[in-house]
Design a protein around this ligand. Structure first.
Ligand code: PDD
Length: 281
């Protein structure tokens, strides 16, 4: 496998960043994960928009133009012969002697891109079975709208999910309402077939998959209620599912050991999953 590191394509085993990279020392950086399907980057424009926004919020400069960055992403996909998989992009504030303050004068941001194939058939099997989620108290900082590499609460929550035999952990706020998953957005389907997902302004990441689903729902004639929902409401819901570039639309069949409905993936989640790539750019 080949990685792009600060201007060079290098074998992954030799790809390394400096020990004083601020991403390493302070998690002072941002990332994007973009799905590759049919050799194409899915929703590249929206991922670039979000990257620019994340960088702006942290006052890190774009490491290169969008056009150049797009070329690097595609070249990394090509060099790794990824037909179906993921491309990962990380930008940190750069390398400087350890000091919390921004380097002054500013240093060049450090950029890393990797790409890897994923097993589409295994993902389909997972979607046909559906996944379980656990719930954990929300303990992240207030700026989860920024896609930073500072993911320790997410790491711990997802590991707890794994150890409980589940695929994802849903963070739950102080009012008992689900915010989002450790690396996915959370959705439920009401008895009358409306999709419910938390407003993007209320302590979640504005997922690209989530945004595309608004378009898909409109095409499918499904109503979306953009509001928070409680864990109890989710456990009594007709269906639930999660969305992310890494999961597309993944049906949830269990929440904290409670099976949803008949315990099988819901028809609406399954339909949305099958139609996602018709709508995504
Ligand atoms: N995670 N919420 C969180 C906390 C996420 O980390 C992600 C994505 C999402 C979904 O966003 P999108 O639909 O744009 O992928 C929601 C990536 C895939 C990851 O960390 O691997």
């Amino acid at each position: 496998r080949i990685a792009y590191v600060n201007g060079r394509y290098v074998p992954l085993r030799q790809a390394a960043v400096h020990v004083e990279d601020r991403g390493y020392q302070f998690a002072d950086g941002v990332y994007e994960v973009c799905e590759v399907d049919g050799g194409r980057l899915i929703d590249e424009r929206r991922h670039m928009d979000r990257l620019e926004r994340s960088l702006k919020e942290l006052r890190i400069a774009m490491p290169m133009s969008r056009v150049a960055l797009g070329a690097v992403l595609r070249e990394t996909v090509r060099r790794n012969r990824v037909g179906h998989g993921l491309v990962y992009l990380q930008v940190t504030r750069g390398v400087a002697p350890r000091n919390h303050l921004f380097p002054s004068p500013a240093v060049l941001p450090a950029i890393v891109v990797t790409a890897r194939s994923s097993d589409a058939a295994a993902a389909e099997r997972r979607a046909e079975a559906g996944v379980g989620v656990i719930t954990v108290p929300e303990n992240r900082w207030a700026r989860v709208d920024i896609k930073t590499v500072s993911l320790l609460p997410n790491v711990l929550a997802k590991q707890a999910a794994k150890e409980a035999g589940a695929y994802e952990a849903w963070f739950v706020d102080a009012d008992g309402r689900v915010t989002e998953g450790g690396s996915t957005n959370a959705w439920i389907v009401t008895a009358d077939g409306a999709l419910v997902t938390r407003p993007a302004e209320e302590g979640i990441l504005r997922g690209i998959t989530r945004t595309v689903l608004f378009d898909l729902a409109a095409e499918e004639g499904l109503k979306i209620e953009e509001r928070a929902f409680t864990v109890e409401e989710a456990k009594a819901a007709r269906e639930a599912f999660i969305t992310a570039a890494t999961a597309v639309v993944m049906p949830v069949v269990r929440i904290d050991e409670v099976p949803l409905g008949n315990g099988a993936p819901g028809s609406i989640a399954t339909r949305l999953r099958s139609r996602f790539h018709d709508v995504a750019e």
